[in-house]
Design a protein around this ligand. Structure first.
Ligand SMILES: *Cc1c(COP(=O)(O)O)cnc(C)c1O
Length: 463
């Protein structure tokens, strides 16, 4: 049977690009992304439509084409870095951006970036200054160190310390401390990058002072201690304390570098956690240099902080590598504001990481109960169960904090978790004993309504 040619040529039903772009429905996306981007998207959508017709499909109507243009733009040009709600109960979650910042830190970042600043300008002298003076006095006041230097992150701080103090020489480290922190930070690799030579001593579970001492030769450059951070060696184990290592270094005229990792300024024991060595302890023990992150237990921006002897820090400031690892003004602004909370004595009430760590179990139970009431009212099958949160960020391994979890009962928890991740904003939950659970500890104050709306939306899509 023969159809008329106008009917058999479905390509002719497709509009031109210009006709598509002239549709009033597309005005808003043109405003948002610009005419050129919308034109490119329209071209691709029309190409796809032609290809589909070539395979025997029908020509899509104008509405379908416009919807396709909008979806194409929304998916291709949406910012890839987006806020998410962290319902995992892992306070310092490296994959989720580590420490959320305090209000004061955010305000300081804004103030430093919306105009110019004296980042490298000496206001008294009216000439060029150094960015490395910012935050230094506060860090010294808080830690008792003679001097301090802030760089991009702690991996950079360790690399810089090793290169400057022990480049081309042996760095002696216990086999129990050759750690991998995650995200590719492996102590042996960092050592190699820094141009220092790794010299392992002792065994995985036991290293004694004599092991270090035997390894010291004229080729030695430094003694390195690395905080184990994300694991523990339990049982038949022995490690050398920092003070003993410092004493050994003094006798042999060798610097001692202490990589603390999370580097807390507060004693963690009053909060029901194990003892985590503080920066103050490290400085007091006499380490030549101590390094730690800005965005782990300090609760500030991503940064690496080196504290130690004045002459050594002065030398580090002159290293060409320091220029490549330099910290930016927003970081310095946020760091100063974060440190001020410690100086004021308001760290546990002002800094989100510490607010979460110190949240009382009754508070968390009340919040979870409120979520349960509100979601039950919408007929969602929710239950409360006792659970535990963790600090994360490679600090305090195997330590947990008691919490109350909201469980969302479903026979497809993985699908539900995927729907929550696909939502706007994305919600990251945890699956425990085949049940999807959400921990109130890491949901920030003010995020509850958004979270509950996101859960409802995901639940509707799940049905
Ligand atoms: C986290 C960690 C690092 C890396 O710090 P970043 O700030 O992520 O670069 C290095 N050493 C130890 C012991 C750590 O825990």
């Amino acid at each position: 049977m023969l159809d008329s040619p106008t009917v058999t040529n479905p390509y002719r039903h497709l509009p031109s690009i210009d006709r598509l772009l002239d549709q009033p429905e597309l005005v808003a996306v043109i405003d948002q992304f610009g005419r050129e981007q919308v034109r490119n998207a329209a071209r691709r959508v029309l190409d796809d439509a032609r290809a589909a017709i070539g395979e025997g499909g029908d020509a899509p109507d104008l509405d379908a084409l416009m919807a396709a243009v909008q979806t194409t733009l929304a998916t291709e040009l949406a910012p890839t870095l987006r806020p998410v709600l962290n319902a995992t109960g892992v306070v310092i979650h490296t994959n989720l951006g580590r420490a959320p910042l305090s209000q004061a830190a955010m305000a300081a970042m804004m103030a430093a970036t919306q105009g110019y600043s004296n980042l490298e300008y000496d206001l008294d002298a009216g000439r060029r200054g150094s960015r490395y003076v910012h935050a230094e006095r506060m860090i010294c006041e808080l830690t008792g160190a003679e001097a301090a230097l802030v760089v991009n992150n702690n991996a950079a701080a360790v690399t810089l310390a090793l290169r400057s103090l022990a480049g081309g020489k042996d760095v002696i480290i216990s086999r129990g401390e050759l750690v991998e922190i995650g995200g590719g930070f492996r102590i042996p690799d960092i050592l190699e990058q820094s141009g220092a030579r790794l010299l392992e001593v002792g065994t995985t579970n036991r290293t004694r002072l004599a092991d270090y001492e035997r390894a010291i030769t004229p080729a030695s450059g430094a003694l390195l201690k690395v905080h184990q951070s994300n694991f523990q060696i339990v049982g038949f184990s022995e490690a050398v304390g920092l003070s003993e290592l410092v004493e050994l270094g003094r006798r042999h005229d060798l610097p001692v570098i202490d990589d603390l990792g999370s580097g807390t300024l507060l004693d963690t024991t009053p909060f029901g956690l194990a003892y985590e060595p503080t920066v103050q302890d490290s400085v007091r023990s006499g380490a030549t240099l101590t390094t730690f992150s800005g965005d782990k237990l300090l609760g500030g921006p991503q940064a690496g902080i080196l504290v130690g002897k004045a002459d050594v820090i002065a030398r580090l400031k002159q290293e060409p590598l320091t220029r490549a690892l330099r910290v930016d003004k927003t970081t310095l602004a946020a760091l100063q504001a974060t440190l001020l909370a410690y100086l004021r004595g308001t760290a546990t009430t002002e800094i989100p990481v510490w607010q979460m760590i110190t949240a009382r179990p009754e508070e968390l139970a009340m919040r979870a109960k409120n979520w349960q009431d509100r979601l039950s009212a919408e007929s969602l099958p929710v239950e409360l169960r006792p659970g535990s949160s963790t600090v994360g960020g490679g600090s305090l391994p195997s330590q947990t904090l008691p919490t109350t979890l909201l469980a969302l009962i479903s026979d497809q928890p993985d699908r539900l978790a995927a729907l929550l991740r696909a939502g706007e904003p994305a919600v990251i939950a945890r699956i425990e004993s085949n049940t999807l659970v959400l921990d109130p500890r890491t949901i920030l104050p003010g995020e509850d309504d958004t979270l509950l709306a996101a859960i409802s939306a995901a639940w509707q899509k799940n049905r």
